[in-house]
Design a protein around this ligand. Structure first.
Ligand code: SF4
Length: 350
């Protein structure tokens, strides 16, 4: 693939390749992708919407998934075996997803079992396939930021304690919305057992969390919220639940990427918004809502989502047309079987 293509040439060749591949191809893209990829995609969504969509692509022979790689793995697990799934850069991994590895999770799980209480694992979709499979095998769920509350409520309704990993802030913010205070949550320390993991500490807790975080959303600070309110006065601040609780507390709204999009689209013309999430998404929303004032709480890009470039995306499409060999997304069959169980449980709770 030439690296000297202009932006216009790249967009033009993507459109031509798309046309040539026709109904054989479906392009799924996450909201945090480069705007030229977003504008070329057949479906743009957050993790939940993309998972739901991947399971319904009955006609397509090829699914090209533009996002970090765990999302493409999810599509691989949910679509038919004869469909082929491609990703423009399999090295585009989510650092949050790498913050929980199966050995540490199994060690924590074994320790939790010694307390005599019933736990149900809930893994955030930003996780490796083997952790999703772990949940499938142990009666648990996958969840996204759009349905974390439903998943936690479901576990509590079973008189069990959610063991929620790997994003501490999503777990903590979700539990707060359910009226669970910090004192009733236990933070499992995956890297250092001497920092307080103990059966005595876990006793009486309603939620077990994991020390993991997203470097993009934790970049927003409470002072950023105060600053934007001081600068713009009458402005609503809306943030993603991977932000730290101090930011969420000062903001006017909190919710998944699709919640943020829907809230702003439904807002009256002339309304003013500061958005605390990934900058590519904020730029797209701003372009789509010219009748509103929209500013980023801070311009912060996910460097890992950005590894998927329009040129790499174009290369996948043109390789398909020319029938050139290229890597496909693959998931170990054993993990896929049980991860699908946990994903399907998620899709049934919505
Ligand atoms: S924004 Fe955060 S959670 Fe999302 S892919 Fe990037 S690092 Fe991972």
């Amino acid at each position: 693939m030439e690296t000297a293509l202009s932006r216009e040439e790249t967009i033009g060749r993507i459109a031509a390749a798309k046309k040539k591949l026709g109904r054989d191809l479906v392009i799924l893209a996450h909201y945090y992708q480069n705007i030229d990829i977003v504008r070329s995609a057949d479906l743009v969504g957050d993790s939940l919407q993309l998972a739901q969509s991947a399971s319904k692509q009955h006609d397509a022979k090829y699914i090209v998934f533009c996002a970090v790689s765990f999302m493409a793995e999810m599509a691989r697990m949910l679509c038919r075996p004869d469909q082929r799934v491609f990703h423009p850069d399999l090295e585009a991994k989510c650092p949050l997803a790498e913050m929980a590895v199966i050995e540490d999770v199994e060690r924590a799980w074994a320790a939790l079992q010694t307390t005599g209480k019933r736990f149900i694992p809930v893994v955030y979709v930003n996780s490796r396939a083997d952790l999703k499979a772990f949940c499938g095998r142990n009666g648990g769920f996958v969840c996204t930021s759009a349905n974390a509350k439903k998943a936690m409520e479901h576990v509590l309704s079973q008189n069990a304690v959610p063991f929620f990993f790997p994003d501490e802030n999503l777990g903590r913010n979700t539990a707060h919305t359910m009226g669970i205070p910090d004192e009733e949550m236990f933070l499992w320390e995956p890297y250092n057992d001497t920092r307080g993991n103990s059966a005595a500490g876990i006793a009486g807790k309603k939620v077990i969390l994991w020390r993991g975080f997203c470097y993009v959303h934790t970049a927003f600070k409470p002072s950023d919220v105060e600053e934007v309110k001081k600068t713009y006065g009458d402005i609503s601040v809306i943030v993603h639940p991977e932000c730290v609780p101090g930011v969420v507390r000062l903001s006017d709204h909190v919710g998944s990427t699709s919640f943020i999009k829907n809230t702003i689209e439904a807002a009256p013309a002339g309304s003013r918004w500061a958005i605390g999430t990934e900058i590519n998404f904020v730029e797209c929303i701003r372009e789509d809502n010219p009748d509103k004032l929209i500013v980023p709480l801070k311009a912060w890009e996910c460097r890992d989502m950005a590894k998927v470039t329009p040129l790499k995306f174009l290369a996948v499409l043109e390789n398909l047309i020319e029938d050139r060999p290229q890597p496909e997304v693959a998931v170990d069959a054993g993990n896929a079987k049980y991860a699908r169980v946990a994903l399907e449980r998620m899709l049934t709770i919505g």
